[in-house]
Design a protein around this ligand. Structure first.
Ligand code: ES4
Ligand code: ZN
Length: 326
């Protein structure tokens, strides 16, 4: 009904998006062939059938496997270009994208390969249709503090292209405080900060992201609802939560979209945003996430407008740039 057209036509920002998670099965198979990378899939259908996850780790295993086909600068250009074209199609006028350098450096592919590829696509999209985008360099939390420091160091020639640092990968057993010193260094370097917390991890991990990492946003944060004091703190600070509905269903954080707590979080006064996370793995880009919410939760057009407005409020755009979209 009206909601469908509203969702598609509203200008929106995307704040929680892993560029490696936009790798579509078609491009994955094409690049596997190009570089003679062996994958356990024979057909594109096979790939889609494999995307059935029980939890975060079962997804991450296939996500790192998929990323192994990304080898040269053109591959990273193509990955980024395809995603930015999707933004244009969906009225995603601004995007803050995470990339995982360690997923590539651990395979011997350096910043000098992926950064120029990303930059070329971002500059072209900006030139062709005014696409606004920025990069968040995310550390893999299952790797060591030392590896994160080495990554920050290796990034130094490219930090002019990086707005913020993030923290992703296997949450349970890898609490934010493990990276307190890395995030302090990033802050000294003038980088903004976000972290995945409270996706599978407990409220204590969200407190740690706030107190030990000094983050500006919490990625996911849906488990905050279990701690009333935390909800109060997040609400009073209007700390953004970048919630990813289709991701949460695919990774079994909630049993069904009907049970998703996004609307409850919004009604509790939290600064909630809607995001796609890893669209090629979770079955939909940003508008699909909005549509899935509208289909299963009692969401009004006013809620949709609030969520779209929140996406700009919670962004790293300047106050002047935000004002343009609000
Ligand atoms: C991720 Cl959904 C999610 N959670 C944690 N780490 C990630 N990396 C890519 N997608
Ligand atoms: Zn994520």
């Amino acid at each position: 009904p009206a909601t469908t057209a509203l969702i598609n036509s509203l200008p929106k920002a995307e704040l929680h998006l892993h560029i490696e998670g936009t790798l579509e099965p078609e491009l994955m198979m094409l690049l596997a062939e190009k570089h003679q990378v062996a994958l356990p899939y024979s057909t594109i259908e096979d790939v889609r059938l494999a995307y059935n996850f029980d939890n975060l780790q079962s997804f991450l295993d296939l996500y790192y496997l998929g990323a192994s086909v990304l080898c040269d600068e053109d591959d990273f250009y193509r990955l980024m270009w395809d995603y930015l074209c999707k933004c244009k199609e969906e009225n995603v006028v601004h995007v803050e994208m995470m990339f995982d350098p360690q997923t590539h450096t651990e395979r011997g592919i350096g910043f000098d390969v992926f950064m120029p590829g990303f930059a070329r696509a971002m500059a072209q999209a900006e030139k062709e249709w005014g696409q606004s985008s920025l990069l968040i360099m995310s550390f893999l939390r299952h790797l060591s503090e030392q590896s994160a420091f080495e990554t920050l160091d290796a990034a130094s020639p490219y930090l002019f292209m990086v707005s913020a640092v993030g923290l992703d990968s296997s949450e349970l057993g890898n609490p934010p405080e493990k990276f307190a010193r890395v995030f302090a260094k990033a802050k000294e370097l003038g980088l903004l900060r976000v972290a995945h917390a409270g996706e599978e991890g407990p409220p204590a991990y969200i407190w740690s992201a706030l107190n030990d990492l000094n983050v500006h946003r919490i990625d996911h944060g849906v488990r905050s609802i279990e701690d009333a004091m935390l909800v109060q703190e997040l609400a009073s600070r209007q700390m953004p939560l970048t919630v990813c509905p289709l991701s949460n269903i695919k990774l079994c954080v909630f049993g069904h979209m009907r049970e998703h707590n996004l609307l409850s979080l919004l009604d509790l006064g939290l600064m909630v945003t809607v995001n796609a996370d890893d669209p090629s793995y979770f079955g939909g880009y940003l508008n699909d996430n909005y549509h899935a919410l509208a289909a299963h939760l009692p969401i009004t057009d006013e809620h949709i407008k609030t969520l779209a407005a929140n996406s700009f409020k919670a962004s790293f755009l300047s106050e002047e740039q935000k004002a343009h979209w609000l």
